[in-house]
Design a protein around this ligand. Structure first.
Ligand code: NAP
Length: 248
């Protein structure tokens, strides 16, 4: 039977690289995006060009109704879900905690934390053997920031990713006997658009000297860890937080 994967935030960066690599390994892939339809369509076109199966699906993970519609779309178009990558995530402008607005904190936690938990809920409802599913795998995309704290930059983001680490541990234990493995990757400094969205387009170059390996990573290097965690090669791996951070 088909392996069916939903990658949230798959129009660009780590999500796009994960969608492409998973499609190469034979997954049918739902390529979720928030606003950038054109970029998502390009990911789908690249997958179809190698003979893979993919569909672009809009849905803002911060809105429960859109998440529900997204999962129903996957059910209808690709069949029973077997894997979820909770990748959609945002940073914000550099700020100290004593300058942060409530509005900023709501956005940070609505997208990065509640969005991931709601998506995992929908995946468990479909994949758990308790609910008649055939099992599956979830990978949450956390960040090395959960260990480092991101002081002076975005402590709120680091705190949101800390919540994702704890969520990964708890959910992994909760559904381990129901055929679902749950793991996280914690990327370090990765070359994607996210840094420009936080107002520091050259952030990777600025901080590369702090990385023991002396360079930023690529989206593909993160995708390789994610796709391994999804795969049967990781069949005894659950509740792991895998650092993909060049030693940082
Ligand atoms: P990116 O290049 O900025 O791409 C973000 C992706 O998420 C886009 O596909 C975007 O869709 C989507 N997205 C944003 N908000 C969304 C929402 N509310 N609902 C659905 N999709 C949404 O980011 P990235 O660097 O690849 O980051 C991916 C993940 O890795 C994030 O969770 C991030 O925190 C984590 N991470 C990144 C780094 C790094 O250095 N890059 C390091 C550690 C962790 P649109 O194209 O439609 O806007």
């Amino acid at each position: 039977m088909d392996q069916v994967l939903l990658v949230t935030g798959a129009s660009r960066g780590i999500g796009a690289a994960t969608a492409l690599l998973a499609a190469e390994k034979g997954y049918a892939v739902a390529v979720n995006y928030a606003t950038n339809r054109h970029a998502a369509d390009e990911v789908v076109a690249s997958i179809r060009a190698i003979g893979g199966r993919a569909i672009a699906m809009q849905g803002d993970v911060a809105h429960e109704d859109q998440v529900m519609a997204l999962f129903e779309h996957v059910d209808r178009e690709l069949g029973p879900l077997t894997a979820l990558v909770n990748n959609a995530g945002v940073v914000d402008m550099k700020s100290r905690v004593d300058e942060m607005s409530h509005e900023r904190l709501r956005r940070m936690f609505d997208i990065n934390v509640i969005g991931s938990i709601i998506c995992a809920r929908e995946a468990v409802r479909r994949m758990s053997t308790l609910h008649g599913g055939r099992g599956g795998a979830i990978v949450n995309v956390s960040s090395a920031a959960s260990r480092l704290g991101a002081p002076g930059q975005y402590v709120d983001y680091a705190a949101a990713k800390g919540a994702i680490d704890a969520f990964t541990v708890g959910l992994a234990k909760e559904v381990a006997a129901e055929g679902i493995r749950v793991n996280a990757v914690r990327p370090g400094l990765i070359e994607t658009d996210i840094h420009a969205s936080g107002g520091i387009p050259d952030r990777v170059a600025q901080l590369a000297h702090q990385v023991p390996m002396q360079r930023g990573g690529t989206a593909l290097e993160v995708a390789q860890a994610i796709v391994w965690l999804l795969s049967p090669d990781a069949s005894y791996t659950t509740m792991s937080l895998v650092d993909v951070s060049g030693g940082r």
